[in-house]
Design a protein around this ligand. Structure first.
Ligand SMILES: Nc1ncnc2c1ncn2[C@@H]1O[C@H](COP(=O)(O)OP(=O)(O)OP(=O)(O)O)[C@@H](O)[C@H]1O
Ligand SMILES: [Mg+2]
Length: 266
């Protein structure tokens, strides 16, 4: 099968925080375009990998960026020995052969690029290929999923209302204390007790959001700290390297975060 390399064969580790698995399964059954919202490093990508595995569908992920053009999504003519040949882009492959297409950080893409998904994300479920004149009707298994972090985006960088309103949305947050402890312990391979300390430090750092920090420390960062601890680095040093230095250049904030770590160690 053409999308075999996009199949997820082993179950991704995913801890559900609520009813998100059942909700997404229902949305998939309706082939509803979905938007995953939430701060960086809170589990959106892991969730969609898990759902693709659970639903038994291939997953094609596209990291969106400013310079991305519609051709990067849809495809282009390329020159080879026999002349020009059409090559499907990742979106077109997903539409033609039936994958979940995950457009990560969609808001980074320019609005003239984003509009190519419009006919796919309403009841038409078609993708017109302007350059070949082809009109592809989406494979029955195709679903469009986008991620969207509204928090730290400028007002200039937002989705068009007509794009937003084609999607249903699910909100992701950092997992609660018990769940995040289990996740950090599992992902980093450290003792629950160490994971719990990291989670408490993470929570304290999240309270500094808005007081100079744009985002709190993500679950991803706590896992990084845990991975260093698993390799013999002391907790305080691991927190400096994996949590504090990456998120702020402000010396006062660094001191505040370091004091938080010290307090959690006592
Ligand atoms: N509910 C969860 N179950 C299992 N692992 C999780 C969960 N939430 C977060 N993680 C862990 O946190 C890491 C970061 O999550 P992920 O990469 O999915 O974040 P994200 O929301 O996609 O972030 P970004 O917006 O930056 O892409 C994952 O690699 C995974 O190890
Ligand atoms: Mg992600």
């Amino acid at each position: 099968m053409i999308l075999d390399s996009h199949r997820i064969t082993t179950e991704p580790y995913y801890c559900a925080a609520g009813n998100e698995i059942a909700l997404f399964a229902a949305a998939y059954a309706a082939r509803m375009p979905m938007m995953l919202k939430g701060p960086t490093g809170c589990g959106k990508t892991r969730f969609i990998e898990y759902m693709a595995w659970r639903l038994g569908k291939p997953l094609i992920t596209v990291a969106c960026h400013e310079d991305m053009t519609a051709s990067d999504l849809v495809g282009r003519f390329l020159l080879d020995a026999n002349g020009t040949v059409w090559h499907d882009g990742p979106l077109t492959r997903a539409v033609r052969h039936g994958a979940i297409c995950y457009l990560d950080e969609i808001v980074e893409a320019r609005q003239d690029t984003t509009v190519v998904i419009h006919p796919l994300a309403d009841d038409r479920r078609v993708l017109p290929l302007e350059k070949t004149g082809e009109l592809i009707t989406a494979h029955p298994d195709f679903q469009l999923v986008i991620s969207y972090n509204p928090g730290y985006q400028s007002v200039l960088k937002d989705l068009k209302e007509s794009t937003k309103q084609r999607f249903a949305a699910m909100q992701f947050l950092y997992p609660d204390r018990a769940l995040e402890t289990a996740i950090v312990a599992h992902e980093a391979g450290i003792a629950e007790e160490d994971a719990r300390r990291l989670v408490l430090i993470g929570e304290a750092a999240r309270h500094l959001k808005g007081h100079g920090l744009d985002e709190g420390a993500s679950t991803r960062m706590l896992i990084h700290a845990g991975q260093l601890i698993a390799r013999g680095v002391a907790l305080a040093a691991a927190c400096q390297v994996a949590l504090i230095l990456p998120i702020t250049d402000d010396p006062d904030l660094r001191d505040a975060l370091t004091a938080t770590v010290d307090a959690c160690l006592r």
